[in-house]
Design a protein around this ligand. Structure first.
Ligand SMILES: NC(=O)c1ccc[n+]([C@@H]2O[C@H](COP(=O)([O-])OP(=O)(O)OC[C@H]3O[C@@H](n4cnc5c(N)ncnc54)[C@H](O)[C@@H]3O)[C@@H](O)[C@H]2O)c1
Length: 349
């Protein structure tokens, strides 16, 4: 097999990044199906690829599809991923892997049982600056890593939520700014550190979005097994989508990111890792332009039967930090890993 037959399930906002990636990766894929419960969206996605479209995901399961991309409301990720894996189809699911740790575990179990590949989209790992930062930290040149911080202050107005039947809800989105937006910062910090979380303490708040029940702000401290203390702040009540900042602080200096622009500081001298964006993002700038790089990586794992770099286990580890913050906030205590998940219906004051 030198090309994969792929389908996309969910042709909403993020699907433009997939259309762009499919065009760039013609050498690896035949786009065979676009699926959306909204027929018009499926039809519109399918048109430029001249492929099939349907409103019923079950229709694609015995049509020779090798891999499926899931771009769905969060609570549907495990439901459709498990069906697809059981049908022998490789799955690349958008973040988050799921909204509960139990569902993520079930996805991992089915992946193991079926032997298909399961990947989770964290495209912001796939930039030059993140690659350089990871290599720098892992090389030991920064010395012992003592601290990390990430700061995300974005804007999601009421209109963002009112047009959606799942965003802003605990049962369908699984949370707010943490599980939807700051998930990429948390994932990058965890990936660059190359260490697992040991304990988590934090709190979530809803300051400015009375019309929804999920958090619009969060702060947390996460202790990693390598000793690093990670401090995070995230909100989507700011007046603009400011560049996300991430910093890693080691005995021998600091390095970090301002959005995709990387920097290394030693003795007060700053070196730029790369300049701004490699390519113009097809969506909002903060989505970046790396979906096609991660998709290619996933396709090569399938074609060469090689391990998936951002696999289900990676997806679960990042989700676990988010769920740890939620649990810590609800129970007002430090949460040590592993822990039993918590179901939230509203934020405890
Ligand atoms: N990686 C990123 O940077 C990034 C950015 C934006 C969104 N996302 C993720 O992409 C996913 C989708 O987000 P979005 O903003 O595109 O949402 P959206 O609401 O715009 O799109 C979801 C689509 O799924 C369709 N759908 C709902 N139920 C369905 C079902 N049972 N079968 C088939 N289609 C169904 C809806 O009709 C809708 O078109 C989420 O996981 C989100 O977190 C990722």
């Amino acid at each position: 097999m030198d090309k994969l037959n792929v389908a996309i399930v969910g042709c909403g906002r993020i699907s433009v990044s997939y259309a762009d990636a499919f065009r760039k990766l013609k050498k690896y894929v035949n786009v065979c199906y676009a699926v959306d419960t909204d027929l018009k969206k499926a039809q519109e996605f399918a048109a430029p690829f001249n492929c099939n479209y349907t409103t019923d995901t079950d229709e694609i399961f015995n049509k020779g599809i090798d891999a499926v991309h899931l771009c769905l409301p969060h609570y549907l990720h495990p439901v459709i991923a498990i069906k697809a894996m059981k049908a022998g189809i490789h799955v690349l699911v958008e973040k988050p892997i799921a909204i509960t740790l139990q569902e993520a575990d079930e996805m991992l179990r089915v992946q193991k049982e079926t032997g298909v590949k399961l990947g989770v989209i964290f495209q912001t790992r796939y930039t030059k600056s993140v690659k350089v930062l990871k290599e720098l930290v892992q090389s030991g040149k920064m010395g012992k890593i003592l601290g990390a911080r990430s700061y995300l202050t974005w804007n999601r107005p009421y209109s963002y939520y009112e047009g959606s039947d799942w965003k802003g809800t605990w049962d369908k989105e699984g949370g707010g700014v943490l599980i939807d937006q700051a998930i990429h910062s948390i994932d990058r910090v965890r990936y660059i550190l190359g260490s697992d979380a040991e304990w988590i303490e934090g709190s979530i708040h809803n300051y400015c979005h009375e019309e929804i029940k999920v958090e619009d702000a969060a702060e947390a401290v996460i202790k990693f097994k390598n000793g690093c203390i990670y401090n995070l702040y995230a909100c989507n009540l700011y007046s603009d989508n400011s560049p996300v900042t991430i910093e890693i602080f080691g005995e021998n200096g600091r390095a970090g990111l301002i959005q995709d622009l990387g920097f290394i500081e030693k003795d007060g001298m700053y070196t730029e890792i790369r300049s701004a964006y490699e390519e113009v993002s097809v969506g909002p700038n903060y989505w970046g332009s790396s979906h096609h790089i991660q998709l290619k990586d996933f396709y090569l794992s399938v074609l060469n039967d090689a391990p998936v770099k951002v696999d289900g286990i990676e997806g679960k580890k990042t989700l676990e930090i988010i769920k740890g913050i939620y649990k810590s906030s609800q129970e007002k205590k430090r949460i040590c890993l592993p822990f039993n998940d918590v179901k939230i219906t509203e934020i405890k004051k």
